[in-house]
Design a binder for this molecule. Structure first.
Ligand code: HEC
Length: 410
């Protein structure tokens, strides 16, 4: 027996209720897992989309602030470097995102402030912005083993930027002082990408909530599953299993007692109701048949009792089951003594009769049966009597019975 066969036979031995519970809970579990997973994925993509939207609006806000300052400023940054458009816009954005998971920077391939030097990812994206005009870019990356959303929004120079990012000669004195002639941060043209707003958000924190949601979903699903199994198990037990069990044990009881008067209470018109009414019909029929059989047996007994000749009815093994008074008198025994004895023992040629009976079974007929023969029978004292005997077979029951009618020969 292979392991698989073994498992199958174990499974087949389980009760219907357990089988049903196992199968339905497995199906539901798969369903719930699939639902929870698709929910999780949907929430994940929603959160990602929301985060990208947020990063975009932060970037826009920075750019609008910078543009505004760049346009209205004249010589203020000369006295207060905090009013340099880039510096002010970044500070405002940093204030805004303080305490949030958003980390905001401004980067440039030709940076003035070393703090604004792009990292590998930013360099890659800035190169793309420089060479190909793109509106924005974002990507989920692995950064030091941690997932993060990286978002970049390009900054394109306009006329106002060139005051400080155009030619060295046109730049204000304080810019010239800080960034000498030939510094790579000069020489931009209108429409050129100067840099980008770079936003990064660790995903861990973002997914924390949906992780919690998933756990809650699984818990709720588990509870629903449990309630389902309990309720459906109860319904199945009540409506199907219990009535089927009642019918089964009634059949067993009837088989054991032979009492066909047993009836089950009819309930409902469904399949179970049908089963019960079939059982009741069967009992009705068996009951009727039994009454008929008992009646006909009684009639037979009465009939042979009044017959003028000795009659014994015996089974194929010779065992006498019915006898009449005349037969009892012939053998010199009471009915109690006679019943259960072997017919073959009372005959001189008992073995011959036994063979004839066997032959009747194997060949379907025998010359000793159905014809009148002369036989010698022995009474209780061992005295032999010559009789004429005729044997008839009654096949009414499963096992045929043989009736011998004897007539004493003087
Ligand atoms: C008043 C002068 C001035 C104007 C006008 C100006 N910038 Fe700047 N910009 C600077 C200075 C100075 C820095 C370096 C700031 C620092 O030290 O952090 C800078 C930094 C930057 C940076 C960050 C990268 C780096 O070099 O460190 C970007 C990007 C940038 N500017 C883009 C622009 C754009 C686009 C405009 C026009 C809308 C603009 N700037 C207008 C002076 C200016």
């Amino acid at each position: 027996m292979t392991d698989k066969d073994h498992a199958m036979s174990l499974f087949s031995r389980l009760s219907v209720n357990t089988k049903y519970n196992i199968i339905s809970s497995m199906l539901l579990m798969v369903l719930f897992m699939a639902l929870a997973y698709s929910n999780y994925r949907r929430e994940q993509s929603l959160i990602l989309k929301g985060t990208v939207d947020n990063a975009r609006s932060i970037s826009r806000q920075i750019i609008e602030t910078r543009d505004y300052l760049s346009k209205i400023e004249t010589s203020e940054p000369e006295h207060n470097e905090n009013l340099i458009p880039q510096v002010a816009a970044t500070r405002i954005a940093q204030q805004l995102t303080l305490g949030s998971k958003f980390y905001v920077r401004q980067v440039s391939l030709r940076y003035r402030n070393p703090d604004n030097r792009p990292d590998t990812f930013e360099t890659q994206q800035l190169t793309i912005f420089r060479d190909v005009k793109a509106a924005e870019t974002w990507q989920v990356t692995m950064d030091k083993g941690k997932k993060a959303l990286r978002y970049l929004f390009p900054m394109v120079s306009d006329e106002s930027c060139l005051k400080c990012h155009g030619s060295y000669d046109a730049a204000p004195e304080y810019i010239k002082r800080r960034f000498p002639r030939g510094h790579f941060s000069y020489g931009y043209k209108v429409g050129e990408v100067i840099g980008a707003v770079s936003v990064s958000v660790p995903m861990e924190g973002l997914y924390q909530q949906i992780g919690a949601n998933l756990k809650r979903d699984i818990l709720y699903d588990g509870l629903v599953l449990l309630v389902f199994i309990l309720v459906s198990g109860w319904i199945i037990r009540r409506t199907i299993l219990a009535p089927v069990k009642t019918v089964a044990s009634s059949i067993a009881a009837v088989a054991h007692s032979g009492n066909f008067s047993e009836r089950l209470e009819q309930r409902g018109e469904d399949e179970i109701g049908e089963l019960i009414s079939s059982f009741n019909e069967l009992m009705e029929e068996l009951d009727r048949k039994t009454v008929q059989r008992v009646e006909s047996e009684d009639r037979y007994r009465n009939f042979i009792e009044i017959a003028q000749s000795p009659i014994v009815t015996f089974m194929s093994d010779g065992k006498i089951v019915i006898s009449n008074q005349k037969a009892e008198k012939l053998f010199g025994l009471t009915k109690q003594e006679l019943l259960g004895q072997s017919m073959y023992d009372f005959m001189e040629q008992g073995e011959e009769l036994r063979r004839a009976v066997d032959e009747y079974f194997s060949a379907g007929s025998s010359d000793l049966i159905g014809t009148t023969t002369r036989q010698k029978v022995r009474d209780v004292c061992g005295r032999l009597f010559e009789v004429e005997m005729v044997i008839s077979v009654s096949q009414s029951n499963q096992s045929p019975m043989f009736s011998a009618i004897l007539r004493a020969v003087k």
